[in-house]
Design a protein around this ligand. Structure first.
Ligand code: GAR
Length: 207
């Protein structure tokens, strides 16, 4: 299965996918394209280091959001992408892209949806909110993407304990390592094996 990975930042999730492919744990999965929302994303370096084609497509560099959306769909088609993976991608996809890849876009969110999600909840913010609320567990969620932030069917979730001396940064680091980098590659594998079924906006995973 050919996948396109969308990134905005450090790319530790992209790296986890690359590593699982190299280890032979994600059989029949190939990253055909990395699309970055900005040129300073370190994820681009990770793509280059692994000979993965990449392109920067920021909304700002197009005349309109529609033109950007059209160009993204065109790039994905050229690359033959069958699944889109949002791996720390901090922009909202265009409507044409979401429609063209209906039920074939997955996102990793750094909290247990429906907690600490939605517009503005990205990066360190869900962890700040989790600590401010005093939750005792937090984690990450892989879900399918529709036109609204973090509302598509949930595929996989994993949690960790929140520790008494956690800061947003220590919690973020633990969730990235123990949750995100585990469940994102796992969800891609389930997709590649045709093990995901959607009925009435609920995802059923045939493990
Ligand atoms: C990750 O923690 C990811 O869950 C989060 O951004 C970080 C990117 O890290 N995504 C969101 O907040 C999306 N709402 P990475 O670039 O090192 O993979």
């Amino acid at each position: 299965m050919k996948i396109a990975v969308f990134v905005s930042g450090g790319g530790t999730n992209l790296q986890a996918i690359i590593d699982r492919i190299k280890e032979g744990k994600l059989k029949d999965v190939k990253i055909v394209l990395v699309i970055a929302s900005n040129e300073s994303a370190f994820a681009l370096q990770r793509a280059a280091d692994n000979n993965i084609p990449s392109v920067v497509m920021s909304v700002k560099s197009f005349a309109s959001r529609e033109e950007w959306d059209d160009a993204v769909v065109e790039k994905l088609r050229e690359a033959g992408a069958e699944l889109i993976v949002l791996a720390g991608y901090l922009s909202l996809l265009g409507q044409k892209t979401v429609k063209a890849y209906n039920n074939r876009i997955i996102n990793i969110h750094p909290a247990l949806i429906p907690a600490f999600c939605g517009k503005g909840m990205y990066g360190i913010k869900p962890h700040e909110a989790a600590l401010a609320r005093g939750v005792k567990v937090s984690g990450a969620t892989v879900h399918l993407v529709n036109e609204n932030y973090d509302e598509g069917p949930i595929l996989l979730q994993k949690c960790v304990d929140v520790l008494p001396d956690d800061t947003p940064e220590t919690l973020q680091k633990r969730i990235m390592k123990e949750c995100e980098q585990d469940i994102l590659p796992r969800a891609i594998g389930l997709f590649a094996q045709g093990k995901i079924e959607i009925k009435n906006n609920i995802a059923y995973v045939k493990e």
